[in-house]
Design a protein around this ligand. Structure first.
Ligand SMILES: O=C(O)CCC(=O)C(=O)O
Length: 216
């Protein structure tokens, strides 16, 4: 799957794309040093304070359980979303989220209208196997994912062949998921037995078909 001319131009000419690598049949682009270590460390501190973090509960076999991480949803007011069975109504953009928005819009040539934040407080916080294939995102969604803080393993598994790939998501890295990634692959952020500091991940998304919220 070809990526946009804008993105190809960025990879050719911008030092932030140094070390860029493709994964998953060229449906995922990884830029390990999109932000410097200092920029990423500052963002980590600011995002902790600026974003509206909550530990959501989901129903598993009729039983309510807390998800193993904190989550926050920000964006344009109309970007309502249903994720993991939860209706998400956006909080306003913050200064740091907007600053990163400008960068991911510039690189991709797209206009993201929302962002999901996940804060993994330690190694026991995690995200299970899933694809970001909700109807609200439309066909072949492009998602820009920025990581700051503790380096963590990001695992991908092909839905039919079972092939696995792993990317070490460093602080300041950017991945761009596009093409048939969500159709053909699942991803997860596994727990780790090693002592781990916190990490914040931001996935910038385009809500094409907003969901009418039923609860908050
Ligand atoms: O924390 C990560 O890198 C993964 C986040 C993720 O899978 C998601 O937001 O759908």
């Amino acid at each position: 799957m070809a990526i946009s001319k804008k993105l190809q131009g960025f990879i050719r000419s911008d030092p932030r794309s140094k070390g860029a690598q493709y994964f998953c049949d060229d449906n995922l682009l990884f830029m390990p040093a999109f932000y410097s270590q200092q920029q990423a460390a500052d963002m980590f501190v600011n995002l902790q304070h600026e974003m509206k973090w909550r530990q959501e509960q989901i129903s598993i076999f009729g039983k309510k359980v807390y998800i193993p991480r904190l989550q926050a949803w920000h964006g344009d007011p109309e970007s309502t979303y249903r994720y993991s069975g939860l209706d998400l109504i956006p909080e306003p953009w913050t200064a740091t989220l907007k600053q990163i928005l400008v960068d991911v819009n510039m690189v991709t040539g797209l206009t993201f209208n929302s962002v999901l934040g996940n804060w993994y407080r330690h190694g026991q916080d995690s995200m299970g196997w899933h694809s970001d294939d909700e109807k609200a995102l439309g066909d072949k969604p492009v998602i820009a994912s920025v990581s700051v803080g503790q380096e963590r393993r990001f695992c991908l598994r092909h839905k039919s062949s079972g092939e696995k790939q792993t990317i070490l998501l460093k602080s300041g890295s950017l991945i761009i998921m596009y093409g048939s990634l969500q159709e053909n692959w699942q991803h997860s952020l596994p727990k780790s037995a090693k002592p781990m500091h916190g990490r914040i991940n931001l996935t910038y998304r385009i809500i094409k078909h907003p969901v009418v919220p039923v609860s908050k």
